[in-house]
Every structure is written in structure tokens, then in C-alpha cells.
Design a protein around this ligand. Structure first.
Ligand code: GLP
Length: 241
């Protein structure tokens, strides 16, 4: 079932997104959270940090599993997704560092793939998977293709994805060419999914993902098969839905 929440203001977007995470942790403190990077969830993480400081949310027993990581960037590289998560969430709340899992793409990516699948299997279905949406319909780094992978794998990034992410790097050439990402089956295995999108430039792909045909050429369209998906969009991204 797709539950669409369209909001007018950034603050509502962040309140709702953070509220979904916070209420899950209130009822299930040991929840396993699937986390996303990108600009869309930043305000939600900021709000979660505020809720933590107010005493409304507690991460001490939570476990987090990130969707993806660049291949070739060491964990302490400023643009690694590990650094992103530290900067926007982990270092500001009481999550235990050993309970934060992110594929490690720097030394031996093949071994990291196997290890990440082992961790996900051990975790069982994630209680909540947070997702952003790429302009080409990617979720995590599952790029449009004739075939999609079900489990964790190494992926060559689309030119468009590299261009979109170049804004975070000093030069476009520095954007890694490959990433490790959770696969589609692992994403769909989560008990609940929160897909978020903001801005005019996402309006078309949001509509394709939610109302278009199920196709591997728009990986997010496969979310239509999941029984419990919440779509959180601002008015611009939700223009066609
Ligand atoms: C990145 C990430 C995705 C993210 C997407 C959208 O490439 N790998 O997990 O959802 O792109 O990013 P943004 O939220 O910045 O638009």
C-alpha cells in the first residue's frame, strides 16, 4: 500500500520524517533502521538530533544499516557516506558506533559486499527503510538497467548520477565511478519503507515511480509491490501525484 503525504513546508517535511523514526524507536528501541544519504534526508536527521536533545528519542539500542557507499573512498574521506552519517546524525546522538553499519568501499569491495549481506541477513527484515530518489529512479545506488540485483553488489554509477553528486566534490572527476549498494530485494524486505523526495526536479520521476509501470528501468517503481510504503513529498515533487 502506498500512503502519500504531501506537505507545503520544509519544517513539516522534516517533522513528519523524523516523527516516523522517533515513534518507531519509542515503541521498539532496538529497531533496525535502514538509512539513506543525499540532501533529502538532511533536515530529517537534523530534526532527529533536536528530538534526541529534547529527550524524545533514544538511539542507545538502535542499529542502523546504510544503503550504500562509494567504492574507493576511505571511511574518513569527507565525501564518504560514513562521514556524511557521522556529520549529520551519528556523532550528535547516543547511537553506539558498533551498531552503525555502512558497506566499506575502500579496501576490498568484493569482501565488503559479502560481509554486508551477512550482516543484513543476521539483522532480519529492517523495521524501517528510508529512501531518497535519484532523478533516474534509482534507490540506494540501484541504477536503471535491464536486470537488477537482489542483494548487495558493486555498481557502475550512471553519468547522470555522477553529475548530480559532483556538487559535493571539488571537481566532477573526483566523483567515484563505482559504489556498493544494497540490492532491491534487501530494500523490499524491510517491514516499512519511507520514500522521500523534494523539489520540482523530482516531480516527474516521483510520478513515474508511483504511477508508472513496474520496470527495472525505474528501480523505484518496484516499491509499488511493497505492502507498507509511505511517500513523503513536498508540493513541488508531488505535483503529478
Ligand atoms: C544519491 C544516493 C541515494 C539518494 C539519491 C538522491 O546518489 N546514493 O541514496 O537517495 O542520490 O539524492 P538527493 O537526496 O541528494 O537528491
Amino acid at each position: 500500500m502506498l500512503n502519500i503525504l504531501k506537505v507545503d513546508h520544509e519544517a513539516q517535511f522534516n517533522d513528519i520524517g523524523a516523527g516516523i523514526v522517533a515513534s518507531l524507536l519509542q515503541t521498539r528501541p532496538q529497531a533496525a533502521l535502514g538509512l539513506a544519504t543525499g540532501s533529502t534526508p538532511v533536515g530529517i536527521y537534523r530534526r532527529l538530533v533536536e528530538l534526541y536533545r529534547e529527550g524524545s528519542v533514544n538511539f542507545s539500542q538502535a542499529r542502523t544499516y546504510n544503503l550504500d557507499e562509494y567504492v574507493g573512498l576511505p571511511a574518513d574521506h569527507p565525501q564518504s557516506y560514513r562521514q556524511f552519517m557521522e556529520e549529520h546524525l551519528f556523532r550528535h546522538v547516543n547511537i553506539l558506533p558498533h551498531n552503525t553499519y555502512i558497506p566499506s568501499g575502500s579496501e576490498n569491495p568484493e569482501a565488503a559486499v559479502t560481509e554486508y549481506d551477512r550482516l543484513l541477513e543476521q539483522a532480519g527484515p529492517l523495521d524501517l527503510q528510508i529512501l531518497g530518489l535519484g532523478h533516474n529512479g534509482h534507490i540506494g545506488f540501484n541504477e536503471p538497467a535491464n536486470k537488477l540485483h537482489s542483494r548487495t553488489h558493486i555498481v557502475a554509477l550512471d553519468d547522470r548520477t555522477r553529475e548530480a553528486n559532483a556538487r559535493f566534490f571539488r571537481s566532477p572527476d573526483e566523483v567515484p565511478t563505482h559504489a556498493i549498494t544494497m540490492g532491491i530485494a534487501s530494500i523490499l524486505h524491510a517491514k516499512q519503507i519511507l520514500l522521500m523526495a523534494k523539489g520540482e526536479d523530482k516531480a516527474e520521476i516521483v510520478a513515474r515511480a508511483l504511477k508508472g509501470p513496474l520496470t527495472t528501468h525505474c528501480p523505484a517503481s518496484l516499491l509499488q509491490t511493497h505492502p507498507n510504503v509511505t511517500i513523503l513529498v513536498d508540493a513541488k515533487a508531488g505535483r503529478f501525484i
